[in-house]
Design a protein around this ligand. Structure first.
Ligand SMILES: C[S@@+](CC[C@H](N)C(=O)[O-])C[C@H]1O[C@@H](n2cnc3c(N)ncnc32)[C@H](O)[C@@H]1O
Length: 295
């Protein structure tokens, strides 16, 4: 099998040292979290352990193309020279699918199942299987992104801080870190019963949970029902918990990582955004960010 550098694989002149086999998923030296086995009908602890194959249907109504168009407009204003981008917690690669036409991209996630779907979607884009709190790709990027409330899956503030620090060390000197933070404690709708249903010609899925809260953790036991033509109807339960970090916690983590942070309340689609970089943001640049994210 041929092994070649990212810059060769992508036909660019970037000085990236990571090596990859085209179309393969790379693992870093840092340990990845093990997912525990579970039986259908019982609660499982591995994130998306059973539902990975339903991830894209679950989020079918999310307009990744529109989000990336909005993000790219923002990035073009705040870092017009940016060429390389790492998407951390890239999931099934739906943002990268669009970003790769604008940047030389790479992705990272801890879920081998989601990365497998991303690999089939993205062809030769390098994908790294790693914990976002503890990775070293041996290269830097002009932009590092973490979209769609992925940071909250780090279930304590210390791991969130480690992750921000780790992402910051992968920024080029004038690089930008972009984080979509997720639900804050005040925005969390504790006690709400959530029910969703999607269908395609071949399958239907339904999932329901109560938005429970334990201290600063959101806790969901998601009851899934999945029906396929060949497999009939099956059910399983997945346990998800995530942190309700405050905006201040993110800003502090960025500052501790040596970044000046700007928080935009709306962000790409209403859930807020944080931008960090080593050089302080000027008042004019903050106005540019507001303008770029205004409708
Ligand atoms: C809500 S999904 C978002 C995925 C993707 N960014 C998107 O917008 O479709 C959260 C993602 O965070 C990833 N994730 C959770 N904890 C992680 C960790 N410690 N390290 C790396 N990825 C993690 C999950 O595997 C999943 O892909």
């Amino acid at each position: 099998m041929i092994t070649r550098s990212v810059s060769q694989a992508l036909g660019t002149g970037h000085n990236w040292q990571t090596r990859l086999e085209p179309g393969s998923i790379l693992t870093t030296d840092a340990p990845t979290r093990k997912m525990s086995a579970s039986r259908p009908g019982t609660a499982s602890t591995g994130l998306y352990q059973h539902s990975a194959e339903w991830f894209d249907i679950r989020y079918a109504q999310k307009d990744y193309g529109a989000e990336v168009a909005r993000f790219s407009r923002l990035a073009a204003r705040v870092h017009p020279g940016a060429e390389t981008l790492l998407d951390v917690a890239c999931g099934t690669g739906r943002h990268l699918e669009h970003l790769r036409f604008r940047y030389t991209v790479a992705g990272l996630d801890q879920s081998p199942q989601l990365l497998g779907i991303a690999a089939s979607r993205l062809g030769e884009v390098p994908l790294h299987e790693a914990d976002m709190c503890d990775f070293n790709l041996g290269c830097s990027f002009d932009i590092v992104t973490c979209f769609f409330s992925s940071m909250p899956y780090l279930c304590d503030a210390e791991r969130m801080r480690q992750s921000v620090a780790c992402m910051a060390t992968h920024l080029s000197p004038d690089g930008i870190l972009f984080i979509e933070p997720g639900l804050t404690p005040s925005a969390y709708r504790e006690g709400e019963v959530v029910h969703n249903f999607r269908r395609t010609p071949e399958r239907a899925i339904s999932w329901m949970y109560v938005m429970r809260r334990e201290g600063s953790l959101a806790v969901w036991d998601i009851q899934w029902l999945v029906g396929t033509r060949d497999g009939g109807v099956t059910s399983f339960v997945e346990h998800e918990e995530f942190s309700l970090f405050t905006t201040e916690q993110y800003v502090t983590a960025m500052r501790d990582a040596g970044l000046d942070a700007v928080h935009h309340a709306r962000g790409l689609h209403g859930y807020g955004a944080l931008l960090g970089r080593a050089a302080p943001w000027s008042a004019d640049e903050k106005a540019v960010i507001d303008d770029a994210l205004a409708d």
